[in-house]
Design a protein around this ligand. Structure first.
Ligand code: ZN
Length: 92
């Protein structure tokens, strides 16, 4: 069965309001987590996804840097939009 990310929680890690740069930690239902970067101007867009290496990659099972999550940035962005996760994280 192929991997499909399932966003379970989002917290804001850091931001630079002036530059419109935001960093979030996105935790998935399977326990993996990603650092997700957004640029707010001129509209919210996901600029980078990188897996936190505290658990092996759910796709390739490596426990070091891999690019697997890049393929899911569209899916992750969609889930963040659908669940209004960014708004919630910013309101925390
Ligand atoms: Zn991988």
């Amino acid at each position: 069965m192929s991997y499909r990310p399932s966003v379970q929680n989002v917290t804001k890690a850091s931001s630079n309001e002036k530059e419109g740069l935001y960093e979030f930690i996105v935790t998935m239902a399977d326990g993996s987590a990603c650092r997700v970067f957004f640029h707010r101007n001129p509209e919210w867009r996901l600029t980078n996804v990188s897996r936190l290496q505290r658990t092996p990659c759910p796709v390739c099972r490596k426990d070091f840097i891999c690019k697997c999550m890049d393929k899911f940035s569209g899916e992750i962005k969609q889930q963040l939009d659908d669940g209004q996760w960014i708004e919630k994280a910013l309101a925390q």
